[in-house]
Design a protein around this ligand. Structure first.
Ligand code: FCB
Length: 452
């Protein structure tokens, strides 16, 4: 653990001049306009329309209607004084599964969006895959089918040629753990399968697709910076017992090292392979080398630490996640631990030759309500943000080369299996009217970034 003084006030000048200040978003969570301009269904359209899958029975069909309101939304980011903006492309706006050629209306939308960012001084950070696989590909086996890797590379090729003159920062995948495990092991996310070996095969193919995309993006984009965004968690023992401390090591090998190790050329961790046994994915020749393609940066998405106990009956890790009562939590029940971010960034920098690090997501959900005068005073979210920026500062001081911070998220949005019940935005969205109100947290972030 790195010792740190998170109570020391943060100042804009604690961060380097070129530090990136941004917000993160994703297509399915904000765009809406689900059947506009030739977009076809993704696995999230199908999943969210299936009764019982999303807690409030909602879908992303309307979401924040960002597809039509993107100018207003980019204005919000500009008014905050941000210098970067992370977004994702909806693959289903580009390829419809019938035409070989990309959909001109989809290409034009992302062209407008990127031009809009550049006109507002926002450096575009493009995520190519944020979970919204075309349903027509899922119908043929989805990420379990290696043909999906080829389809992904074709889509990546088209998008990087189309935007590569203007977009230099590319993220191949957002949180492959969630794509694979929530999508195919616990079934909480689309497509909703429940099989560990399937999840591990999906995971492998997603990582291969990442690795093959890296040189492709570099070939298409002059001066490209390419990386991946991982959801990483510090793992903590619930007690000091030797059994719980060993549980931490086992939990970590699948949660974190299953991704970090192969990306940095070390292959899947031995311990993890032993634990999953025959459920391990079969790698084809060249796969592990492909996955280890050198990246320019690593994106770290951090929300909370996981606390685990030894649980001998649980296959495959023999661990269980627990939720100690004595922790500060967000409205979503996620533990608030800025120290976890210091530890995580310091660990990645210490154990892996990761190069530049970016906090590509970090944020909190609370049950916000406008006051009588319409203001949204989300003091808890503002304090969460302040403390996690202090954590980022302290991680940098401890030697982690963090070059930017993207708050999740610009707007309240469709929070996957939680629907619209969880608000993560720095901006409040009144869904019936689509009116946006910058919250206290967003006003604070803007004032901090602008140095007011
Ligand atoms: C992350 C996702 C992002 C958002 C946040 C709260 O796991 O990448 O889309 O849902 O959680």
């Amino acid at each position: 653990m790195t010792s740190t003084d998170l109570t020391k006030p943060i100042r804009r000048s604690d961060f380097a001049d070129g530090f990136l200040w941004g917000v993160s978003t994703s297509a399915y969570q904000i765009e809406g306009a689900a059947d506009v301009d030739g977009r076809v269904p993704s696995i999230w359209d199908t999943f969210s329309a299936t009764p019982g899958k999303v807690r409030d029975g909602s879908t992303g069909a309307a979401a924040c209607d960002h597809y039509h309101r993107w100018e207003e939304d980019l204005d919000l980011a500009r008014e905050m004084g941000l210098n970067s903006y992370r977004f994702s492309i909806a693959w289903t706006r580009i390829f419809n599964g019938v035409d070989e050629r990309p959909n001109a209306a989809g290409l034009a939308f992302y062209s407008r969006l990127v031009d809009g960012m550049l006109a507002r001084g926002l450096q575009p950070w493009c995520t190519l895959y944020h979970w919204d696989l075309p349903q027509y590909l899922q119908d043929r086996g989805g990420w379990e089918n290696r043909a999906t890797i080829d389809a992904y590379l074709r889509y990546v090729d088209v998008m990087t040629r189309h935007l590569g003159g203007r977009v230099k920062h590319w993220i191949t995948h957002n949180e492959p753990w969630c794509t694979a495990m929530h999508g195919n092991w616990d079934g909480m996310h689309a497509p909703g399968n429940k099989s560990l070996p399937l999840a591990l095969r999906v995971c492998h193919n997603v990582l291969v697709s990442h690795g093959l995309a890296v040189p492709l993006i570099r070939a298409n984009v002059p001066d490209a910076k390419v990386g991946i965004a991982l959801s990483l968690h510090p793992i903590k023992a619930a007690s000091d017992s030797a059994a719980d401390r060993e549980a931490v090591v086992r939990h970590d090998v699948l949660r974190n090292r299953w991704f970090l190790d192969p990306l940095f050329g070390r292959g899947y961790p031995e311990l993890a392979l032993r634990l999953v046994g025959d459920d391990a994915p079969a790698a084809m020749e060249g796969d592990m080398d492909a996955i280890a393609a050198r990246c320019d940066f690593l994106g770290v998405n951090y929300y909370f630490p996981e606390v685990v106990v030894d649980a001998p009956e649980q296959y495959p890790l023999r661990t269980a996640i627990v939720h100690p009562q004595d922790r500060e939590r967000t409205g979503f029940g996620w533990e608030v631990s800025p120290q976890g971010l210091v530890d995580l960034l310091a660990r990645v920098a210490r154990e892996y030759p990761a190069g530049d690090l970016y906090v590509t997501e970090n944020g909190s959900s609370y049950d916000d309500h406008p006051d009588a005068d319409g203001a949204v005073n989300d003091t808890a979210r503002r304090d969460y943000l302040i403390r996690h920026l202090a954590a980022t500062r302290d991680a940098i001081a401890a030697g982690a080369p963090v070059k930017g911070y993207f708050a999740w998220s610009l707007l309240d949005n469709f929070e996957w299996a939680e629907g619209y019940l969880r608000r993560f935005g720095l901006t409040y969205v009144d869904y019936p009217t689509q009116r946006r109100t910058v919250k206290q947290s967003g006003r604070w972030y803007g004032a901090f970034v602008r140095g007011d």
